[in-house]
Design a protein around this ligand. Sequence first.
Ligand code: GDD
Ligand code: MG
Length: 359
Amino acid sequence: MAIEKTTDAVVLVGGQGTRLRPLTLSAPKPMLPTAGLPFLQHLLARIGAAGITHVVLGTSFKAEVFEEYFGDGSKLGLEIDYVTETEPLGTGGGIRNVLPKLRGDHAMVFNGDVLGGTDLGAILDTHRNRDADVTLHLVRVGDPRAFGCVPTDADGRVTAFLEKTQDPPTDQINAGCYVFKREIIERIPEGRPVSVEREVFPSLLAEDARVYGHVDSSYWRDMGTPEDFVRGSADLVRGIAPSPALDGPRGESLVHPGAGVAPGALLIGGTVVGRGAEVGAGARLDGAVLFDGAVVEAGATVERSIIGFGARIGPRALVRDAVIGDGADIGARCELLRGARVWPGVTLPDGGVRFSTDV
Ligand code: GDD
Ligand code: MG
């Protein structure tokens, strides 16, 4: 029987999404709207398109939100099970914790915050052809320091796993997708936090287990920071990032039903305008992500920023490389730049924050 038919998917979605605060105070990271859908839906659609139909979500932080939205998965053609950690067990502990739900001899495990276009079937082929204990999807990135650095030998066998090292020996990193033999999952210690990156992989390598890398140059982005979230969202809108969950032509912007865009507003760079959101005359939105009900008033500029549910950007305000929490109210002519984060519900008076003295 083809390995696809006997393989379960496990998606780790229990992290707190701290780097995306304050947006993740109200929603877990994988549920943040991305090109109009909860981010996780893009990943689930890829899993389904690869022929894997049984998915186990390993939840912890805001666990209930996932089941409320996806239910039993049947609307997506999937069968979804949920396993919740009352105390977060880490990435390895999360994998061990779903063991009772696994049905096959192999499981494909995903970090729940990766936007990618890799051929999942090809990773399974590598796993089978190598008769591997674990196969890791690897990609090359410009700066490997924020990731797990994974050197391989000429045969594709993994020689080390160095999580977030300041001195990476290669630009090849862990893309957050693995195929595990069931026996290997059975050996992860139970009932305590375990990091797959810092504990499971290094100990497998120390005992010479068959750990292989599958390297490719597919689209890949970890959505865990505001910069990456904004880029990934824009790439989905523009069709640079693939997603089987999106159909129809893609363009410079995506305006959802019930949103109002005044004449003369400019929407470019993969901007998303959520349901019921409003954009005023002469506003300029470049790579902006407006969650549902957000308002950008006339003449305001929003660049590469996320505007939370129901937040308002006042007339002629400038928001660039910033995150505005749900329901925040940014007064006219305010300037919020370079990594500014405004907490939910905060009100800034007109002209209340400026980076320049001209008014
Ligand atoms: N169930 C569960 N329990 N899930 C968790 C837990 C936990 O305690 N902690 C984190 N997760 C989930 C997160 O929700 C996320 O989907 C995934 O595990 C990875 O966690 P991140 O916090 O996003 O890790 P990272 O981005 O810093 O690094 C990881 O991903 C990189 C690739 O995107 C590592 O696996 C790196 O090695 C890798 O390069
Ligand atoms: Mg991540």
